[in-house]
Design a binder for this molecule. Structure first.
Ligand code: URA
Length: 470
C-alpha cells in the first residue's frame, strides 16, 4: 500500500479496501511506525496546531522530505491527505468504507470506559448528546444538568467554536473560575457525585480526527457526509457512552444546509452508532433561525440560566425538553417529566453543583461588554426571516469566535436578538444589540447583519423546530 494508490483509487471512483483505510489513517496520524515524527509532531491536535502552523507544502515539510508514496514504510503527509479528503468529498464513501474509516479513527487513540460508574451501589447509565453545530445553540448548558438531575450520568465532551458556530466550552469559560480541562479520574468522580460533566476531550481521544478536522478546515472539505459522520461518531464511540442522542441541524446556520443532506447524515450516524453497540437516535432540527435571543458566550450562559430557572425563550425550552426526553428514554426512564425539573429547581441545583465541581462560581456576575450598540429596523412590518448564518458571522466578528486556531475569545461579545420571525416591528425599533470589548469590530458586525432580517406584510409560515426523528 502507498499513499498515491489510495488517492488514485478514490479519485477514480473506486472503493477503498479495509487495509487501505487502516493504513492511510495510521500513517497519517502516527507516521511510519513512530508517533513522534509526523509532520505535525509539534503538537498534533492541540487546537493551536492546525496544518497551517506547520507551513504545509512550504518546502521544508514537502512530501519529498518524508519519502511520501514510497511504499509501506512511508508516512502520509498533509498534501496527500488533502488530496484524499477532496477525492472522498467528491466521490463519497459507501457504508462499509465509512464504518472502517470511523473504526480506524477510534483505533488511532484511547477509548474511555464509563461502565464502572456507580452511585449508592447502583450502576449509572451514561447518555450523551451531540449537536452538529449552530448559532445560539446553548442547549447543552441546560440539558446536561437537567438529564443528570434524574440520576443519569451525562459525560459531555464538548468543543470550542468553529467558524460561525459557537462552542460550549467557550461559553462556560465565561463563568468565573470554571475550567474545561479535567482529568479522566476527576471526570469519573464528578459523574458519580454530580451526574453531569462538560469538558474538553483529551488529546488521545480519536487523535486522527483532530488532525483530519484541522486539515479539512483549510482545504474546503468540511461539508462531506462521510467525513462529518465519521468525525463525530469516532469521538462519541471512543468516549464510551452507553447511549447517544444527536441533534442534526439543517438550514442556513448549519454545516449541511439542505434538510435531505442532514437526514442522510443523521441516518449514517445512527447506523454507525448501532453498528458499534451504542443506542443512538437523532432529531433533525431547524437552524435557519438562531436559537433563543442571544448569540455569544456570556450572553448564552445567562439565557441558559433563565431556562434552568423555569423561564427562557420558548424555542430553547422546546428543544431542551425534546432532547431531554430522548436521552431519558434512552436511559430507560420513559415516565420522567423533564419540564417538572425545570419548573421546580431540581435541574438548577444540578447546574450549580456541576459548575462548582469544575471550579466555577455559579453566583459570580457574568462579564458584560464595555461597548454596546443597537441596530434599528428601517421599515415597519412583520419579521419574516432572521438568518442564522448572518447572526453567527456577526457574533464571530464581534469577538465571540476566533479568526485563527487557539486565539482567545471575548466572553462578553455577542448579539441580543430583539425580534424573531413572526414578531411585529415598527421602523426605528431595536432589532439587535451588539456587544463587544473592541469597538473597531462593530462595523464588520453591522455589515454582516445588513441583510439578516426580512420584514414583510404577513407572518411567515411556522415551521416546526424539530422536523423529524431518525
Ligand atoms: N463536528 C465535528 O466534530 N466534526 C465535523 O466534521 C463537523 C462537526
Amino acid at each position: 500500500i502507498d499513499a498515491i494508490s489510495v488517492i488514485t483509487t478514490k479519485r477514480d471512483g473506486g472503493e477503498l479496501t479495509d487495509s487501505q483505510i487502516d493504513w492511510v489513517i495510521d500513517r497519517y496520524t502516527h507516521g511510519a511506525g513512530s508517533g513522534a515524527s509526523g509532520p505535525d509532531s509539534s503538537g498534533a491536535g492541540s487546537g493551536a496546531s492546525g496544518p497551517n502552523r506547520q507551513g504545509a507544502g512550504s518546502g521544508a515539510s514537502g512530501p519529498n522530505q518524508h519519502g511520501a508514496g514510497s511504499g509501506a514504510s512511508g508516512r502520509v503527509v498533509d498534501e496527500q491527505m488533502s488530496a484524499l479528503l477532496m477525492a472522498i468529498f467528491l466521490r463519497g464513501m459507501n457504508r462499509r468504507e465509512i464504518s472502517r474509516w470511523t473504526q480506524a479513527m477510534i483505533d488511532s487513540g484511547r477509548r474511555m470506559d464509563f461502565s464502572g460508574l456507580r452511585r449508592g451501589g447502583r450502576r449509572l447509565v451514561t447518555v450523551d448528546k451531540h449537536s452538529t453545530g449552530g448559532v445560539g445553540d446553548k442547549i447543552t448548558l441546560p440539558l446536561a444538568p437537567l438529564v443528570a438531575s434524574f440520576g443519569v450520568a451525562v459525560p459531555q465532551l464538548s468543543g470550542r467554536g468553529l467558524g460561525h458556530t459557537g462552542g460550549t466550552l467557550d461559553k462556560l469559560e465565561s463563568i468565573r473560575g470554571w475550567r474545561a480541562d479535567i482529568s479522566a479520574a476527576e471526570m469519573s468522580e464528578q459523574l458519580e457525585r454530580v451526574g453531569a460533566v462538560v469538558c474538553a476531550a483529551g488529546g488521545d481521544l480519536a487523535p486522527a480526527d483532530r488532525r483530519l478536522y484541522a486539515l479539512r478546515d483549510v482545504t474546503g472539505t468540511v461539508e462531506s457526509i462521510p467525513l462529518v459522520a465519521s468525525s463525530i461518531m469516532s469521538k462519541k464511540i471512543a468516549e464510551g457512552t452507553g447511549a447517544l442522542v444527536l441533534d442534526v441541524k439543517f438550514g442556513s446556520g448549519a454545516f449541511l444546509k439542505a434538510e435531505e443532506q442532514s437526514r442522510e447524515l443523521a441516518e449514517t450516524m445512527v447506523w454507525l452508532g448501532h453498528a458499534a453497540g451504542v443506542s443512538t437516535t437523532a432529531l433533525l432540527t431547524d437552524m435557519n433561525t438562531p436559537l433563543g435571543r442571544t448569540a455569544g458566550n456570556a450572553l448564552e450562559v445567562a439565557e441558559s440560566v433563565e431556562v434552568l430557572a423555569g423561564g427562557g425563550p420558548a424555542d430553547v425550552v422546546e428543544l431542551t425538553l425534546a432532547l431531554a426526553r430522548e436521552m431519558l428514554d434512552a436511559a430507560g426512564l420513559t415516565d420522567a417529566d423533564p419540564a417538572q425539573h425545570l419548573a421546580d429547581g431540581t435541574a438548577m441545583d444540578t447546574w450549580r453543583a456541576m459548575i462548582a465541581a469544575q471550579g466555577g462560581d455559579p453566583d459570580a456576575p457574568l462579564p458584560r461588554a464595555r461597548h454596546t450598540e443597537s441596530v434599528q429596523a428601517t421599515q415597519s412590518g412583520i419579521v419574516t426571516r432572521l438568518d442564522a448564518m448572518a447572526v453567527g458571522v456577526a457574533a464571530w466578528r464581534l469577538g465571540a469566535g476566533r479568526a485563527v486556531p487557539g486565539e482567545a475569545v471575548q466572553a462578553e461579545a455577542g448579539i441580543t436578538l430583539h425580534a424573531k420571525p413572526g414578531d411585529r416591528v415598527t421602523a426605528g425599533d431595536r432589532l439587535f444589540t451588539l456587544h463587544t470589548q473592541t469597538p473597531e469590530r462593530l462595523a464588520a458586525a453591522r455589515a454582516a447583519l445588513a441583510t439578516a432580517v426580512g420584514i414583510g406584510d404577513s407572518a411567515p409560515q411556522r415551521r416546526p423546530l424539530v422536523a423529524d426523528r431518525v
